[in-house]
Design a protein around this ligand. Sequence first.
Ligand SMILES: Nc1ncnc2c1ncn2[C@@H]1O[C@H](COP(=O)(O)OP(=O)(O)OP(=O)(O)O)[C@@H](O)[C@H]1O
Ligand code: SF4
Ligand SMILES: [Mg+2]
Length: 429
Amino acid sequence: MAIPAQSDGTATLTKDAAPGETLLKVTGLQKHFPIRKGLLQRQVGAVRAVDGIDFEVRSGETLGVVGESGCGKSTMGRLITRLLEPTAGKVEFEGKDITHLSVAGMRPMRRDVQMIFQDPYSSLNPRHTIGTIISAPFKLQGVSPEGGVKKEVQRLLSVVGLNPEHYNRYPHEFSGGQRQRIGIARALALNPKMVVADEPVSALDVSIQAQVVNLLDDLQQELGLTYVIIAHDLSVVRHVSDRIAVMYLGKIVELADRESLYKAPMHPYTKALMSAVPIPDPRRKSAKSERILLKGDVPSPISPPSGCRFHTRCWKATQICTTTEPPLLELKPGQQVACHHPENFEDQAPQDTVLLTAAKEAAELVADEVLAESAATSAAVAAEVAAATETPVAKESPAVSKEAPAKDAAPEAASEADEASEGDAPVKE
Ligand SMILES: Nc1ncnc2c1ncn2[C@@H]1O[C@H](COP(=O)(O)OP(=O)(O)OP(=O)(O)O)[C@@H](O)[C@H]1O
Ligand code: SF4
Ligand SMILES: [Mg+2]
């Protein structure tokens, strides 16, 4: 892609990140929206939309971000593109602290970071031609592309698979999928380094979704783009993401490379999200339904639950989950998780065995085989770890052991553990 000439001479002086190097780094990022009441508009509380998250985006990768409605995905996207001012924490782009840059200070960086919005109907001004819409970033940045604006817009239209002759048409003359392509062309106009796409296909027909996702994927190959793609379920991001962050109530609860996440999710919430996506797997043909239905609504981000925020809906929750927030730790290489009793891994709080009432109720909605599998895989992993470190006692998974004796679980647990440990024989209790 031709790099637009920069007529205003404000080019950033930072060195480009090589593929795989950290492009964006976020530390302790928070956004609390104040709630004000009364004549004096006194602050009476806050919506803790993003409540302390740490992650990095590597050059050339696609980071998928998933989670239920209201968990803070869009707020996170707007914070890292600096469309919103963070309440606390730090955002660094190419090593430069951009957390509190002013509008003027942000201007050079605006070219490098672009956003694609969820709704292709409301994100394009109906009174402007698509030529005007796609060329707006040039005007805003004072950039004059080589060969002129019109030629560059037509080139961008063909890059996203639209007819360059449609330069003078209006948004209403296009279908939803075509409009999203216009949004993508606009985002690409300034040859950005990173594109944050907030649910880029959720407003589109299912038949069109794949086309737009494939277009984003092709453009990444061609232009060496880095993506953060936000989605509310895993079906959209699972094919295109290199790594996936799972958010729950303003927090990242698991962050892992795609393979690890799919082979052996470690956070119970990830497991529940994954069970909602049908995965055609011939090895599991004989397995009974593994769908996990989470009970109840997501709690309010105004007063999130104490300890682990997922404890009110988690079938593995014990006392410690209500009091101590589990830190996001890299328990396996490339897999960070925040949980006291992770799936497919050694229990992090094995002394805490008594299930909470909420967990017992949630357990009724979890298929027996999932509970059993969870108990057996945790036990198997604990045994493996014990064997490796020559510790005499292999711990069983206390959180679910009362509800689901491991013996019922043996066949399915074996297949799961096989996948998780790539062929190591699982040790059964
Ligand atoms: N400008 C705002 N003022 C007050 N609260 C806000 C504002 N923007 C978002 N919120 C609240 O912050 C929380 C997170 O919202 P956000 O839009 O980031 O979630 P989301 O994960 O993108 O959800 P969805 O999947 O529905 O798009 C929600 O409770 C929302 O109501
Ligand atoms: S087991 Fe505890 S820490 Fe882990 S997700 Fe469930 S409630 Fe949270
Ligand atoms: Mg959103």
